[in-house]
Design a protein around this ligand. Structure first.
Ligand code: GLU
Length: 340
C-alpha cells in the first residue's frame, strides 16, 4: 500500500487510505476537516505544485538561489504552480526583517510566487491538533532529559565499551530510557513544570505502520528509495517551547498546501525517511521528491547562512548580476534543456 500511495496523481485511492478518526485542522478562524482539505487538494492535483520553503533566520545565499531557481524551472517545465513558504517556527531567530530581505532577494532573482505566503508561525493551532492526535495514538512521549543527562548516559555506555549510535547527520541518538516511565510519573513531571519536548517512540511508530516505506525520488534518473526512519531514533516532534518541529510542520504543510513535488537540497535526503513515516501515520499523501546537489564552498563545505561571503546581498553589492547568479548556480540562463 505504501508503494501504491506514492504517486500524488493517484487521487481517488489515496484519499480513501485515510482517517482512522475524525481529524480537524483549524485554518485561521475557519475549521476545516482534513477530509475536506484532501478533497480540495485532489481537485488541483492535476496541476503539479512546487514550493520553496526557506527559514528566514539569515540571508539567502547561493545555495538557496539554486534551490529556488530549480523549483521555478521544474515548476515551469511541468506546467505547475510555485509556492513560497516561510518555515519560521523558531520565532527567536526568524524576524520579519529577515523575511522581507529574503523576499526582496527572491524578487531580485526574478522569482514570483502565489500569495498569501504561508508562514508557519501563524499556524501553531494546526500543528497542535496534529500533535494531540499523535499523543492520543500513544506514538509520542514527553522527553525530559537535559543535554547534561544525555551526556552522562553516553559516558555510562562508553565506559561499558558500547558504541553510542548517531543519526545520519552525525548527532547522537536520544537515549530511549524514558519510554518506560509510567503515565503517572510523566504527569507528575509535567505538572511540576519540568521542561520537555515530545519525541516519537520510533519502535512503536514503525510497528504501527507495519510495512517498509518508500519515496519516489526523481534526482539521478529517478527511483524508489527505501525510507530509513529508524536511523534517526526517537526524533523530536514538538520542541520544548512550541507544539511542533521542522519534521512535523513540513509534512503537515506540504499536505495542506497540496504540494506534489518537493525539490530541496540533498542534505534533507535521509530526513525524508522521517517524513514518509509521519505522512503514513497521519494518512497524508506523499509528494514526489527531488533532492538536488548542494553548492559547496571552496573547502567543500555546505554554504551556510552565517557565512556572509556567498549571501546574495553581498554578491549583489559586489556588482554580481542576476544572470551571473543563475550562471554561478550552474543553471541554464534561458531556454537550455540541460538537466540539473
Ligand atoms: N526550511 C528548510 C530549510 O531552510 C527546508 C525545508 C524543506 O525544503 O523541506 O533548510
Amino acid at each position: 500500500a505504501a508503494r501504491r500511495a506514492l504517486s500524488p496523481f493517484a487521487t481517488s485511492s489515496s484519499v480513501s487510505i485515510l482517517r482512522m478518526e475524525p481529524f480537524t485542522f483549524h485554518l485561521g478562524t475557519n475549521t476545516v476537516s482534513i477530509d475536506k482539505v484532501l478533497t480540495q487538494e485532489s481537485q488541483f492535483m492535476t496541476v503539479p505544485v512546487f514550493r520553496f520553503a526557506p527559514s528566514p533566520n539569515g540571508h539567502l545565499h547561493l545555495g538557496h538561489a539554486y534551490s529556488a531557481l530549480l523549483n521555478r524551472q521544474m515548476a515551469q517545465a511541468a506546467g505547475g504552480r510555485l509556492l513560497l513558504r516561510m518555515e519560521d517556527i523558531a520565532r527567536e531567530r526568524c524576524t520579519p526583517e529577515l523575511e522581507a530581505a529574503m523576499q526582496a532577494d527572491l524578487h531580485w532573482l526574478g522569482l514570483d510566487w502565489e500569495t498569501p505566503v504561508r508562514r508557519q508561525s501563524e499556524h501553531f493551532g494546526v500543528y497542535r491538533d496534529v500533535l494531540d492526535r499523535l499523543i492520543r495514538m500513544d506514538l509520542v512521549y514527553p522527553a525530559f532529559l537535559s543535554r547534561g543527562d544525555i551526556k552522562r548516559e553516553m559516558q555510562k555506555a562508553t565506559a561499558k565499551g558500547l558504541v553510542w549510535p548517531h543519526d545520519p547527520d552525525g548527532a547522537a541518538l536520544y537515549p530511549a530510557i524514558e519510554r518506560t516511565i509510567s503515565k503517572r510519573e510523566r504527569q507528575r513531571r509535567m505538572d511540576d513544570g519540568q521542561p520537555f519536548s515530545w519525541r516519537l517512540h520510533m519502535d512503536r511508530a514503525l510497528a504501527h505502520v507495519g510495512e517498509p516505506l518508500f519515496w519516489h525520488e526523481t534526482a539521478d534518473g529517478g527511483s524508489d528509495i527505501a525510507a530509513r526512519p529508524q536511523d534517526w531514533g526517537d526524533v523530536i516532534i514538538a520542541r520544548k517551547d512550541m507544539p511542533t518541529s521542522y519534521h512535523l510542520s513540513v509534512v503537515i504543510d506540504d499536505a495542506l498546501q497540496g504540494v506534489s513535488h518537493v525539490v530541496r537540497g540533498r542534505d534533507l535526503f535521509q530526513a525524508t525517511g522521517i517524513h514518509r513515516l509521519l505522512q503514513t501515520i497521519l494518512g497524508l499523501q506523499p509528494p514526489i521528491y527531488h533532492h538536488h546537489r548542494l553548492i559547496l564552498d571552496h573547502d567543500g563545505q555546505k554554504l551556510s547562512k552565517s557565512r556572509r561571503d556567498t549571501s546574495l546581498r553581498s554578491l549583489r553589492a559586489a556588482g554580481v548580476t542576476r544572470e551571473d547568479i543563475i550562471g554561478l548556480a550552474g543553471l541554464p540562463v534561458r531556454g537550455s534543456t540541460s538537466s540539473p
